[in-house]
Ligand binder design. Structure first.
Ligand SMILES: NC(=O)c1ccc[n+]([C@@H]2O[C@H](COP(=O)([O-])OP(=O)(O)OC[C@H]3O[C@@H](n4cnc5c(N)ncnc54)[C@H](OP(=O)(O)O)[C@@H]3O)[C@@H](O)[C@H]2O)c1
Length: 311
């Protein structure tokens, strides 16, 4: 199995490489926007803002599986750059899908809770009506549709509140800012499931393994869209509290700052975020026989990894 991984330097892309599971299943070819990996290794170049340029790389690599971890993820900036976000998150995904459909290649793609408007009060099932609140969500929904319309065999894994020991994420911001301040104000009226990249990697590999050993009928039953998120839910305020408690316990910070609960209206941002971002992940667990652990377990594992790095 030859896999082409796009977005090697993102939170998820880097975890997919560092985990080693994709490489262990065959040949792994990684690509980034500038042809450099996070550790300065020279890799392939794939710029999703130029969708027409992707076929050269695809024709040369001829992957059996494309894993697309690249995305325009600047949620607030997307309000000003919707055309670019749509090119990267929508049109480029369609181009990948069309090439894959013509070559019998499986596409594994990631999408987001932001395709929903967050007005629900129960976990969103996979087939719940979508209604993005902002440009980023619209661009990701365009990617989902383009991939479905391409005719490629695909998995779309919607995930949410992603964090890792590396990269730009809420956990790392909290640890940095929390070490500098006595008090932080964190939004308490947005709810979701903080999901570590380790869980997304493990879920992706479980799905890939299930797909590879399945017969044609079983494959037809499991391909399509799934929710790949941790189980349970909390608020950003709850997540911050758990981060500080776990960080103090492991000596990552000397003491926890006071975390004041605020409303979304107290912290206006250019892009509106869904208030309820909880995705029903039961279908994923049933389809692939893989249990998605709760968000607290994922957090403890990432804090343990950070304290091992410090040791
Ligand atoms: N982060 C979240 O909370 C979250 C929530 C829900 C869903 N998701 C989805 O999960 C997936 C992985 O997200 P992530 O958190 O790993 O994102 P990330 O850390 O922001 O990484 C995205 C990667 O995409 C690359 N990229 C951006 N524009 C590109 C372009 N034009 N051509 C090629 N590469 C480009 C970036 O490259 P550079 O390194 O060069 O900037 C970056 O390495 C994405 O599909 C995202 O939409 C994320």
């Amino acid at each position: 199995m030859k896999t082409l991984l796009l977005g090697a330097n993102g939170q998820l892309g880097r975890s997919l490489i560092e985990d080693g599971g994709l490489a262990a299943r065959g040949e792994l070819v990684a690509a980034s926007r500038d042809g450099r990996r996070y550790d300065n290794l020279h890799i392939e170049t794939a710029d999703l803002s130029a969708p027409d340029s992707l076929s050269d790389l695809l024709n040369r690599v001829r992957p059996d599986v494309i894993v697309n971890a690249a995305a325009y993820t600047a949620v607030d900036r997307a309000e000003q750059e919707e055309a670019l976000a749509t090119r990267v998150n929508g049109e480029a995904v369609g181009a990948l899908g069309r090439w894959a459909a013509a070559h019998g290649t499986l596409v594994i793609h990631y999408s987001t809770d932001y395709v929903f408007d967050g007005t629900a009060t129960a976990p969103y099932p996979v087939d719940a009506p979508t209604a993005p609140l902002g440009a980023y969500g619209r661009s990701k929904l365009a990617g989902e549709r383009a991939l479905r319309d391409s005719g490629a065999t695909h998995f779309i894994f919607r995930t949410a509140w992603v964090y890792a020991p590396h990269g730009h994420n809420f956990l790392r911001t909290m640890l940095r800012v929390g070490a500098e301040r006595d008090e932080l104000r964190v939004v308490a009226d947005q709810l979701g499931a903080p999901t570590s990249t380790a869980l997304i990697v493990a879920g992706t590999l479980a799905a890939l393994d299930a797909w590879q050993t399945a017969d044609a009928g079983q494959r037809r039953a499991v391909v399509g869209t799934h929710h790949l998120v941790a189980s349970g839910h909390t608020s950003w305020h709850g997540f911050a509290g758990a981060i500080f408690a776990g960080a103090v316990e492991r000596g990552l910070i000397a003491r926890a700052p006071h975390v004041a609960a605020i409303d979304t209206s107290d912290y206006p941002t250019p892009a509106q975020r869904p208030a309820w971002s909880v995705l029903d992940n039961a279908g994923f667990q049933r389809s692939f026989g893989y249990a998605l652990g709760d968000w607290q377990t994922g957090l403890n594992d990432v804090l343990d990894a950070l304290s091992r790095q410090r040791a």
